[in-house]
Design a protein around this ligand. Structure first.
Ligand code: HEC
Length: 610
């Protein structure tokens, strides 16, 4: 391994030499080795920085944007403009301008030849992240318009390319025959669900990772609500894409809205997370002051009604590191998931993330119940204590006692939404899954744990973005991947939520002869009666029988597609958003370059029986 790497450096250096002698500071390979490789070539799995094989699949334009205004802004801040360009060309192995810019042709818009807008009298819909206000991710038969017997006949209907993107879009939302989707480049689209033609597009100030939720104004006009990675919340006229209001709901410079808002009547409930934990591997970053929060907003005008932090009181200074950077705490306990609405008890449930810096709080890695009306915290059930984690934890030479007192901190956030469910005996239960386990909690006893379960063989896996619930059966996929034994990674299980007992479980699909294989499932799963849809890290969309986990249909999205909007696009890793099933069609994103994604991509795919 080491020998191979050396060969690569020598080879690259000699290519540079044949052209003209390069100064080290103008040589991409040298710059990468000195300033980037420490994270990007790290072998420990905690680092999560994409390796060169992943970066090679990006365009130089994208890498430059990442270095100048994206997630690597801090890491590249001290490189010159010229050096950033050199790095972008070196890592993408492409010249600037060699990939034609993705300009969407006029013909991609509805009514311009491609396809006329349809009569949208259909009532079937998938609204928000989890379809229901309790985030079941279960679509009933009438709205799904698809049965287990139909699934093997699914065919690709259309493909849509996100211009300039390396990661697919948000959970597709379909309301009134229109599909709403945003992406990490900040583009939001309203498409015709049947044909993929564009009704309108909107440019947000920052990347969009939160699914849209569609509501109505007082006079009945549809409005799309969503948040961006700079913590702005938007209300946009869903008929024409015009901005109605925009409100920044958190002043921390790294604050972000990652999960979709929940909507009840004229109120939006918006969870706030942050990118601060990813900055901590920079010795100069004064970690950390961000505190997670839940925000209630008036959907008609974007006014904040209440905001409740998951950590009481602002962070205090806790000490300095070896180069004198001041650290603060407590921090973290971000909310990465859409709250679940409990109308009977007037409560919202969300899971929180880990702390970022000392001291630990009792609200991290917890399920928290907020009063819907006042925002007061009614109860907290912390399932994992002392989980102070950030990107420095896997880096012995950067880690310090303020930001990562325990290098083995488990990083077991609640990334997925809790689900509130009814049991046959009349009781209710909250099912919440974090990155290590699934918990059954009692809503009548302040969230006390009733049972605990795990998916598959791998003990450290747990659920990443979301499980699905059909009646009393929960379906959950394990996101973990162990390169040494792919077969023991991931897997999917069905659980009886009354007892927590496993009904069936299956191993991940075999690697067979795939080049880049990562068969575990990080994307949220979606259920309809009889069928469970799940996407793998290496781009396979699977439909499994909910009875026994048998594969009914599989489609490999990890390839290039001809798109209806004329943008060059390929599929890849599937993570975060899962499939959306509405009116006999299945929609999915493909391509993901974050959190361990191995294949970037920029696709939205639509399947139907026609
Ligand atoms: C301190 C660790 C660290 C250093 C140093 C670092 N990176 Fe990164 N980089 C990361 C991590 C972690 C991610 C993944 C971020 C994510 O998924 O949100 C990443 C992601 C990226 C991405 C992909 C972003 C995308 O859109 O998916 C690019 C491109 C990148 N880094 C380039 C660089 C370059 C060039 C350098 C050197 C100037 C560099 N990085 C230095 C940790 C680092």
């Amino acid at each position: 391994m080491r020998f191979q790497k050396l060969m690569l450096w020598t080879l690259t250096a000699s290519i540079g030499l044949t052209a003209k002698p390069l100064l080290a500071e103008e040589d991409g390979a040298y710059l990468y080795k000195v300033y980037c490789a420490i994270c990007h070539e790290a072998t420990d799995s905690e680092a999560r920085a994409p390796g060169q094989a992943v970066l090679r699949q990006m365009t130089p334009e994208h890498i430059l944007q990442v270095l100048e205004s994206g997630v690597m802004k801090t890491q590249a801040a001290e490189r010159s403009r010229v050096q950033r360009r050199i790095l972008a060309e070196y890592l993408s192995e492409k010249k600037f301008g060699s990939v034609p810019p993705d300009i969407i042709p006029r013909s991609a818009f509805c009514g311009n030849g491609v396809a006329a807008p349809r009569n949208t009298s259909t009532t079937a819909e998938w609204n928000g992240w989890g379809v229901t206000i309790t985030n079941t991710r279960f679509q009933a038969a009438s709205a799904a318009g698809l049965s287990a017997a139909d699934v093997p006949r699914l065919r690709l209907k259309w493909a849509f390319g996100f211009p300039g993107a390396t990661t697919g879009g948000t959970q597709p939302v379909v309301v009134g025959g229109r599909l709403y989707v945003g992406n990490a480049e900040g583009d939001v689209f309203a498409l015709d669900a049947k044909t993929g033609c564009i009704h309108w597009n909107f440019q947000a100030d920052a990347g969009v990772r939160s699914a849209m939720v569609i509501g109505k104004t007082g006079d009945g006009k549809p409005v799309a609500y969503f948040g961006d990675q700079s913590a702005n919340m938007y209300g946009v006229d869903a008929q024409n894409g015009k901005l109605l209001w925009k409100t920044k709901i958190d002043q921390n410079s790294r604050a972000a809205i990652t999960a979709a808002a929940a909507l009840d009547g004229s109120r939006l409930y918006v969870p706030v997370s942050s990118r601060e934990e990813s900055q901590v591997d920079d010795l100069k970053y004064p970690c950390c002051t961000f505190r997670g929060s839940m925000v209630a907003m008036d959907a008609s005008n974007g006014r904040v009604l209440w905001k409740t932090y998951t950590i009481e009181g602002e962070a205090d200074q806790v000490g300095k590191n070896s180069i004198g950077t001041q650290f603060s705490g407590p921090s973290g306990a971000a909310i990465w998931n859409t709250p679940t609405i409990d109308l009977k008890r007037r409560l919202l449930y969300s899971g929180t993330g880990n702390n970022y810096s000392v001291p630990a709080t009792n609200t991290s890695d917890a399920v928290v119940a907020f009063d819907m009306d006042s925002g007061k915290i009614r109860w907290v059930n912390q399932v994992t204590a002392n989980d102070i984690w950030n990107r420095s934890c896997g880096r012995p030479n950067i880690r310090n006692s303020f930001t990562c007192p325990d290098a083995d901190a488990p990083d077991v956030d609640f990334a997925s939404s809790p689900i509130l469910a009814n049991l046959k005996d009349g009781r209710q239960i909250i099912v919440a899954a974090n990155k290590s386990a699934i918990y059954g909690l009692d809503p009548d006893r302040d969230g006390r744990i009733l049972w605990q379960a795990q998916v598959g063989k791998n003990r450290n896996g747990g659920v990443m973005w979301g499980a699905a619930l059909d009646g009393e059966t929960l379906f959950a996929a394990n996101q973990s991947f162990d390169a040494k034994s792919p077969d023991a990674s991931g897997g999917i299980g069905a659980f009886d939520i009354a007892s927590g007992k496993t009904i069936w479980s299956i191993s991940p699909p075999p690697c067979e002869n795939r080049n880049s294989c990562r068969p575990s499932h990080a994307a949220a799963v979606t259920a309809i009666p009889g069928v469970l849809f799940a996407g793998t890290w290496d781009g396979r969309l699977q439909a499994l029988s909910t009875r026994d986990g048998k594969i009914l249909w599989e489609y490999d999205t990890s390839k290039e597609f001809q798109t209806v909007n004329g943008v060059k696009a390929n599929g890849g890793s599937m993570s975060n958003a899962g499939a959306t099933v509405v009116g006999g069609m299945v929609f999915t994103n493909s391509g993901y370059s974050h959190h361990g994604g191995i294949t970037p991509g920029n696709l939205l795919l639509a399947f139907s029986l026609e």
